[in-house]
Design a protein around this ligand. Structure first.
Ligand SMILES: Nc1ncnc2c1ncn2[C@@H]1O[C@H](COP(=O)(O)OP(=O)(O)OP(=O)(O)O)[C@@H](O)[C@H]1O
Ligand SMILES: Nc1nc2c(ncn2[C@@H]2O[C@H](COP(=O)(O)O)[C@@H](O)[C@H]2O)c(=O)[nH]1
Length: 193
């Protein structure tokens, strides 16, 4: 039986975590665990696809493997969501802040393949958020948050456990992702021809 593994994609805001998760789905049909949040949807985001958007009351009713507060909103990943994704594929992904990634590494051991994304130029991160359409007031709040500063560097708890990818140039990132998927077993690669 193929070993169940999860790509835990983490890193600072705007570093490209969601983009990487979408690539793993479109190129390799690696399903993403959908997490829960109390933050408001961004334009184009759909509940059940991007997140399960919750009220504070509905958020409190779920069973979380881990949950965090990030820039004033709550986020959590459920054990049920993890099991449901593994029913679909032995290789799945999840997008988490670094606190969540540390919990996954601790709880799941080598089943958790952590990918820490970084961008060399801090200014480029902010530009990416603006281009993504984030409201300036939300960007300001996020950049001022403790969590934003914390996630700028690989935390001690992930040193030696994370694959560090510098996501400055998308083609180069894709090549590194292709190598990682080959290493951990691509369930269904889509031909690039
Ligand atoms: N290599 C890249 N070069 C330029 N733009 C990129 C690159 N990778 C991702 N982007 C763009 O940067 C923006 C932020 O990416 P994305 O939403 O994937 O980041 P994120 O890490 O998930 O952010 P957050 O934690 O805030 O949700 C998106 O508009 C995305 O298209
Ligand atoms: N620890 C967890 N972190 C999560 C979860 N779902 C998302 N996230 C991370 O939160 C921040 C902010 O996300 P955004 O979509 O509002 O930009 C980001 O780092 C996500 O990776 C979760 O369930 N647990």
């Amino acid at each position: 039986m193929t070993k169940q593994r999860i790509f835990v994609i983490t890193g600072p805001t705007g570093s490209g975590k969601t983009t990487v998760s979408h690539y793993l789905w479109s190129q390799y049909q690696i399903p993403q665990v959908i997490t829960h949040t109390t933050r408001a949807p961004r334009e184009g985001e759909v509940s059940g696809r991007d997140y399960y958007f919750e009220t504070p009351a509905s958020f409190a009713t779920k069973h979380y493997l881990e949950h965090v507060t990030y820039s004033g909103n709550q986020y959590g990943s459920s054990r049920e969501g993890l099991a449901a994704a593994w029913e679909r594929s032995p290789l799945i992904s999840i997008v988490l802040d670094t606190a969540g990634a540390i919990t996954y590494a601790r709880e799941l051991g080598e089943q958790a393949v952590v990918i820490y994304l970084e961008v060399a130029d801090q200014e480029a991160l902010i530009e990416r958020l603006t281009k993504r359409g984030d409201q300036p007031s939300r960007i300001q709040k996020r950049v001022a948050s403790e969590e934003y500063l914390r996630d700028q560097a690989l935390p001690a708890g992930l040193v030696g456990h994370a694959h560090v990818l510098v996501n400055d140039e998308w083609q180069a990132t894709q090549r590194q992702l292709d190598q990682l998927v080959a290493e951990y077993g691509a369930p269904n690669a889509v031909s690039k021809d």
